[in-house]
Design a protein around this ligand. Structure first.
Ligand code: GLN
Length: 461
């Protein structure tokens, strides 16, 4: 009975688009077989994980939570998911997300909102699990899956982790192959693990990362033994506190948890130093030009011919004379197949890339991106890792932000700078606010220094 209740509760969260229990059971059987024959077990042996439905999975529908990819069943496996299976993991199912990973609340999915298992004290109102990896955060926070994959373009691992009281790390850009991951903004997209502890993230990231010749931006670097080198002893380390992150509109409870985080890192032996990231306030507007620009190009491939949905206009209703030409098919397919937020991004993206506006928006945003990256380089001359809030607020009720996409975009303000600079960044649970909701703290490291990020995270968790 309690199992049935648990399954019903899980279903109410709407974290999964499809479930694949046989996949997870096969991984468990493989562990038994490996044990019986004395083989050594992989780092993820038998672990039943959730897979964000942005990773192509061979023989299992892959939708990016969109209508346009509904019914699309890849005949190939993404590199990251393949690595996880090679390490012994099994898949519980494909996790819901914001459509094409565009969103911060998991309300843009074609397959419906995802709810967080958390509620405000004394309230039954469903809360956002964050986005875009909201199915991942919800499933892990609800203990449905011990770990899940996420992707982070401008915060989509860290913000949902913060909203649901779990850990999530976006590694250095290039650590995890993008091959077989539905592309949103290719110069920013990075996969990473979401799990209940820093240790679990270290193990899972070790299984996900590694050079892949099929991704031209994949890093040709060895994967260190992050788990083996975990240490919460931060003596000799300097932790930078970026003064520009003290922004108006940030909850007092978040500022308090930031102070608490400093104290914990100091207790672990670190020296706390003040650093400056002067271009912080330009990072978010630059992100919301660069990401849609790349998205508008990446999403051009969904044309009704190559994948999933094909829609034909009503006879006589199309723009063409007969309403049945190729252009009409494209238009009808894309009109029906993309959600409002995806269309908004495509429109913004094509606008900022258009001949008359390219220099004013896109070129300018790329300059800002370079300045943001240089800010971090300078800051890392004075510190080894940066501590900041993950988000300016705790989770909000589902439906409460619908009217105002710009307010929603603001939620990414602390997450986006590390994305633009390609740096490793992690959110770890810090505390519970007065409403009973979790708050996260963010650690940002030098390029390739996932270890420094994980170790500081360990000292906080
Ligand atoms: N919330 C941000 C956006 O909507 C980030 C999304 C992401 O990281 N995939 O673009």
């Amino acid at each position: 009975e309690s199992l049935n209740a648990a399954v019903a509760d899980a279903a109410a969260l709407n974290a999964f688009i499809v479930t694949t229990p046989d996949h997870a059971l096969a991984a468990a059987d493989a562990v038994d077989a490996a044990r019986a024959s004395g083989e050594t077990l992989g780092a993820m042996a038998g672990v039943p994980i959730g897979m964000k439905d942005l990773f192509a999975t061979n023989g299992v529908q892959t939708t990016a939570a969109s209508h346009i990819l509904e019914g699309f069943t890849p005949r190939y496996e993404s590199t990251v998911s393949q690595k996880l299976w090679d390490a012994g993991a099994g898949m519980l199912g494909k996790l819901n997300l914001d459509q094409f990973a565009m969103g911060s609340s998991n309300e843009t999915s074609y397959f419906g909102n995802v709810a967080s298992p958390w509620r405000k004290d004394g309230s039954n109102q469903p809360m956002s699990p964050g986005g875009s990896s909201g199915g991942s955060s919800s499933a892990v926070a609800a203990r449905i899956a011990p770990a899940a994959t996420g992707t982070d373009t401008g915060g989509s691992i860290r913000q949902p982790a913060a909203f649901t009281g779990i850990c999530g790390i976006k590694p250095t850009y290039g650590r995890c192959s993008r091959w077989g991951v539905v592309a949103f903004a290719s110069s920013l997209d990075q996969a990473g693990p979401m799990a209940r502890s820093v240790e679990d993230c270290a193990i899972m990231l070790g299984a996900m990362a590694g050079f892949d010749p099929k991704d031209s931006t994949s890093l040709q670097m060895d994967v260190p033994d992050w788990e083996g080198a975990l240490s919460a002893d931060l003596r000799g380390k300097r932790v930078g506190i970026p003064r520009e992150y003290r922004m108006e509109g940030t909850d007092q409870a978040i500022l308090d948890s930031w102070e608490q985080g400093k104290a914990w890192l100091k207790d672990a032996g670190a020296e706390i130093v003040d650093v400056s990231l002067p271009h912080t306030k330009y990072a978010l507007p630059a992100y919301y030009i660069i990401a849609p620009a790349e998205a508008s190009s990446n999403l051009a491939r969904y044309d009704g011919v190559r994948y999933g949905l094909r829609d034909l206009p009503e006879p006589g209703s199309g723009a063409g004379a007969s309403g049945s030409g190729l252009q009409d098919m494209y238009a009808a397919t894309r009109a029906a197949g993309f959600g409002d937020e995806v269309k908004r991004r495509i429109l913004i993206g094509t606008y900022v890339l258009s001949a008359g506006f390219y220099d004013a928006y896109y070129t300018q945003a790329q300059k800002v991106r370079a300045l943001v990256a240089r800010d971090f380089e300078r800051a890392f001359e004075q510190c080894d890792v940066i501590l900041a809030p993950t988000t300016p607020t705790a989770s909000f009720p589902l439906g409460s932000m619908n009217a105002d996409p710009l307010t929603m975009y603001l939620n990414d303000v602390f997450a986006v700078p590390a994305s633009l600079a390609g740096l490793p960044a992690m959110s770890v649970p810090a505390t519970i606010n007065a409403d009973g909701l979790p708050l996260g703290l963010q650690l940002v490291g030098r390029p390739f220094d996932e270890q420094g990020v994980l170790n500081a995270g360990l000292a906080i968790q």
